[in-house]
Design a binder for this molecule. Sequence first.
Ligand code: 13P
Ligand code: SF4
Length: 305
Amino acid sequence: MSTTRELQDEIRKLKQEKDICILAHAYQSHDILEVADYIGDSYGLSEKAAAAPQKTVLMCGVRFMAETVKILSPEKKVLLSHSEADCPMARQLDVEQVQALKAKYPGYAVVAYINTTADLKTVSDVCVTSASAVKIVRNMKEKNILFIPDCNLGAWVAKQVPEKKIQLVQGGCPVHAAITKQEALAARKKYPGAELLVHPECVADVVEMADYIGSTTGIMNYAKNSDHQEFIIGTENSIIQHLQFECPDKRFYPLSKHLVCRDMKLTTLADVYHCVKGDTGEEITLSDEVRLAAKKCLDAMLELG
Ligand code: 13P
Ligand code: SF4
C-alpha cells in the first residue's frame, strides 16, 4: 500500500515524462490540488487551457470544463479525470429549448454560463463565468440579454448592470441554490465575528447578506488578503480545507454542511494516478461542427473578459 505522498510523487514523475498538464478546479480535494500545474475557478482554467504548452491536458473537475479545454485547444489530447463527473446545471436546458427561447425573445443576445454543454454553447453568443460575468455583460454592445441557465447568477449580474435588460430563465446550481436565508442567519448568529463570503450561484436572499460575493478564486483571494480572522464560506466546502492550509491561523466555517458537490468530489487521487499512467480518464472528442460553433462564444468571453 502506498502513502498519499508516494502516489503524488509517482503522479509528478509520470506527468513530467508524458508531458501532461494537470488542471484542477478549486473544488477538488487537497491531495489533487497539490499535484496540479494550475488550480483555479472556471475562468482561470479556461485561460490556462488555451495557454498550456503540454500536449496532453488532464482536467480534474467536471465535464464542461474538459470540453472547454478541447474547444479552445483542439490539437491537445484532453482527458476528463472521471467520466461521470458532470455538472447537473450544464444539462438543464437543451438546444431545442434555447432555440425556442430565442424565438420568444428575438434580437436578444444569448449569454451562457460556462457551466453548459458544448452543444448549448453552439447556440449561444457569449460565455461567462462567475468571475467574469459582470464585466462581460457590461462590455457587450447588446442591451437585451437572455441569460442561461443560472437565474441566481443572472439576477446578481442584472443588479450590477442595470443598464441592460436581462431575461432570466429558471435554472441553477442544485448545490448552491439549496442554501436558505435561514441557514445564513443561523451561521451569522453562530459566528458573529466572521465575514460571510458567498458564491453568486446562491439565491438572492443569501447573496444579499454577504460581505463578499465572488467566484471560488475570488472568495479564496478575499479571505487570504483580508485582515479579518474568521470567515463563513458560502461555496463548496472543499474551499474551507484549502483556505485552512493557506491561512492556518484564520478560522473558516461552512455556511452549510450541505454545500457539497458530488460531481466535483468523484475524482480521487488514485483516479489522477491512473489517468497519468494511461489506464483511465475519458478522452474528450467533439465534432468540428460543434467545436467551431461553440468556440465563438468562448472566444468572445476571453476577448470581453
Ligand atoms: P467558479 O467559476 O467560481 O469556479 O464556479 C464553478 C462552479 O462550478 C461553481 O459551482
Ligand atoms: Fe455544477 Fe454546482 Fe457542482 Fe458547480 S457546484 S459543478 S455548478 S453542481
